[in-house]
Design a protein around this ligand. Sequence first.
Ligand code: CUA
Length: 394
Amino acid sequence: MKRPMRLRLLVAVGGLGLLASACGTERPLNTLDPAGPNAKIIDDLFNPIFFIAVIVFVLVQGVLIVIWRKFGVKGAESSADERPGTYADDVFPEQVHGNFKLEIGWTIVPAVFLAIVSVLTLLALFELEEVEAADDDLRVTVVGNQWWWEFQYHLDGNVETAPDFVTANEMVIPVDVEVPLWIESRDVIHSFWIPRLNGKKDAVPGRSHPWVIEASELGRFAGQCTEFCGLSHAYMQMYTEAVTQSDFDAWVAQQLTPQPALTEGDDNVVGQELFVTNCSRCHMIVGVTDTNGDEEVDGWDIYDGDSKFLAEGNLTAGAAPNLTHLMSRETFAGSFFDLYDESGEVNRDQLEAWVRNAPGEKPARNENLQGMPSFAGLSPEDLNAIVDYLETLQ
Ligand code: CUA
């Protein structure tokens, strides 16, 4: 085999290998396997356009190869060598100018292809915009943060008032129900993307972008922030979980229940106190107030109106994931770490490592209030007590 041929084969095999490895991850982000009507609209657009692109590719490359084989310079020694198909560098083949039919043809054919592609694309875009849910149906405000996602649930569909409850990184929805979303951001531009359920929608500070999510099968669908948003962009992941209506109702009832506030003598009351002292400036737990009885830990008012866009540099409870019923989730820290291992045990080592030194687990720039700061100064006993307390947030 000639060397350039071998090199080409090597590149091709290597490329295919890389391509295949992208499909085999534990969190498949698969756009080719739609699990909801919106993803299906996109897939139904992708397939014909891919087909058209293949035809164009074959035609263009085919013509290119024919021209190359027929008219390419084939190393003739001199212009004296006049066998057909062989030309010396200084001899041009016969030139053709002004073929009217040819020029009209190669203008019209691409125009027709492009017209078909645009019409199909516009039809799909209009279809994706359609919202069938009633005004008082469930709506979720999705807020991008460096580097995690917040989901504010409005059970009555009214996004102008404070949400009924808030969760992070994992959005639970009932199957076969269209859930309208408002996509927003607290800091920089992110992009919300659950590939098996719908396309991408940017989360832009100061704006609310309408979007919908719907799953037509039960399951847990992986997502990824898809707009570069700083150091931990690659680790800003999320899930949408589609459950039956009765499971959804049970989940909502659980999320609406405040956590019990522990009092003197309760197990883990020390952990709760340490949490309030060290963590409640950013993290909210509904049902738990600070030592003065102020609602620093469950201050819902920050979600009202414009204050859901927190002032710059103003970290307050709510600027970090709401930890109410933390243990009902399967992941934490932008869904990058599993909360439970395969046997169902709490992933205690990882949770401790995260609380102790978050920037050591995921890149962050805390001097700019990006990401969770390190708590390496806590004593091992205090750290233990805090993690023990977190484990009670069932
Ligand atoms: Cu958020 Cu990338």
